[in-house]
Design a binder for this molecule. Structure first.
Ligand SMILES: [Zn+2]
Length: 383
């Protein structure tokens, strides 16, 4: 039944996507939520299989689509797109009353799902009081999850609100201006070897065979394990940074743009496609976008995005831009003052300095907290 709910939600969502795809400016407006609900009622009257599903699930898919369109017009999200079977399957429930989620024991809870009834779940983290909205999903490894919508409580800034600069690296996942190098967890060597073996077996397996299906699930499980570790790392790292520092400065990267531009188009094929593709993989794999997003949730108003030129070529000690200071991917050595550091740490220090400038230009440190900042340096802030 959960799978059927997913199928219905996907079907309704895709219909909505199609309606809006064929709409062109100047024509009659594309149907809004109310009109789509009327159409849904009609479709349910005509199709027994759709009628057999839950109207709550189907209407919520329309509501989610309307929200996705609003987000896309607002410029914060991309346009909603077609959903494929087996990819990010899920549906959302907004309960009328909050009693539809309850705790049974310390580690087990249950949630009410239309046409299914009570479904148990592992109480693996705090569920906010009186929560009504939840999304049920199935990942590629075949595991079911339930997620409750809640805005986390901001983490209070420490008393001495220091500025930290965080630079995204490809070899190192994140470098801090304090000199710390953080690595996102990856698969361990035996797991990598197993993944390779499975992929080879997958290539040999006949299409549509049962064997192929089994291998696919095994591959998905391994990848899910890696994804879980990275998500966990992002949560722990963002909480840690929000607790330790007053202002967290990050480079303003447009990840979506960077990943898209590498491929280019048929008319204008991207330049250095191969190198960029490798870099993009690294950026995405490191979950940089997720880290910044979580930082903004946990430390609202304390994340500064810095748009800075030459972060990797500028010496964070004397401020000179030196193209040849980058001895290698990992090492930075200033030929002017002799400062040597890990290249990503040097960049992170530049980001922290720039944030210090940006904050003082606005009139003192934010939140009235004293800031431990190095002496003023002449840094280029590019807007
Ligand atoms: Zn220098």
């Amino acid at each position: 039944m959960l799978l059927e709910h997913c199928g219905h939600a996907r079907y309704v969502w895709n219909l909505a996507v199609e309606q809006h795809r064929h709409w062109k400016p100047g024509r009659r407006s594309a149907p809004g939520f109310a009109e789509q609900c009327r159409q849904l009622t009609q479709a349910r009257a005509e199709n027994g299989w759709l009628r057999a599903g839950s109207i709550i699930v189907q209407q919520q898919a329309l509501k989610d689509f309307a929200q996705a369109m609003a987000n896309s017009f607002g410029g914060t999200h991309r346009r909603p797109t077609w959903r494929r079977r087996g990819q990010g399957e899920g549906f959302r429930i907004v309960a009328v009353k909050s009693g539809d989620v309850r705790r049974l024991t310390r580690r087990v809870g249950e949630v009410k799902i239309p046409k299914v009834g009570w479904v148990r779940f592992r109480w693996s983290r705090a569920v906010p009081e009186g929560v009504k909205s939840y999304r049920v999903t199935q990942d590629t490894a075949g595991r079911w999850h339930v997620a409750f919508a809640a805005i986390p409580e901001p983490i209070p800034a420490p008393a001495a609100g220091e500025v930290v600069g965080v630079d995204r690296g490809v070899a190192v996942s994140a470098a801090l201006s304090t000199g710390e190098l953080l690595h996102t967890p990856a698969l361990r060597d035996p797991e990598k070897a197993r993944l390779l073996r499975l992929l080879r077996r997958l290539a040999r397996a006949e299409r549509g065979s049962k064997r192929r299906g089994r291998v696919k699930v095994a591959v998905a499980r391994l990848k899910a394990r890696e994804r879980d570790r990275r998500k966990d790392w992002v949560e722990k790292t963002s909480t840690d940074l929000a607790r330790r520092f007053g202002v967290i400065a990050v480079e303003d990267l447009k990840i979506a743009n960077m990943t898209r531009s590498a491929r280019g188009s048929i008319d204008a094929p991207g330049r250095n496609v191969r190198q960029k593709a490798g870099l993009n993989r690294g950026i995405l794999a490191n979950g940089w976008g997720r880290l910044v997003a979580r930082l903004e949730h946990k430390a609202p108003g304390r994340v500064v995005k810095i748009n800075l030129a030459y972060t990797s070529q500028r010496c964070s000690a004397c401020g000179i831009v030196d193209r040849q200071a980058r001895e290698s991917q990992a090492a930075f050595r200033c030929r002017s003052c002799g400062y040597a550091a890990n290249a990503d740490v040097n960049a992170a220090r530049n980001i922290a300095h720039a944030a210090g400038h940006a904050v003082s230009a606005r009139g003192g440190p934010p939140l009235g907290e004293p800031m431990n900042r190095e002496p003023q340096r002449d840094l280029l802030l590019v807007r």
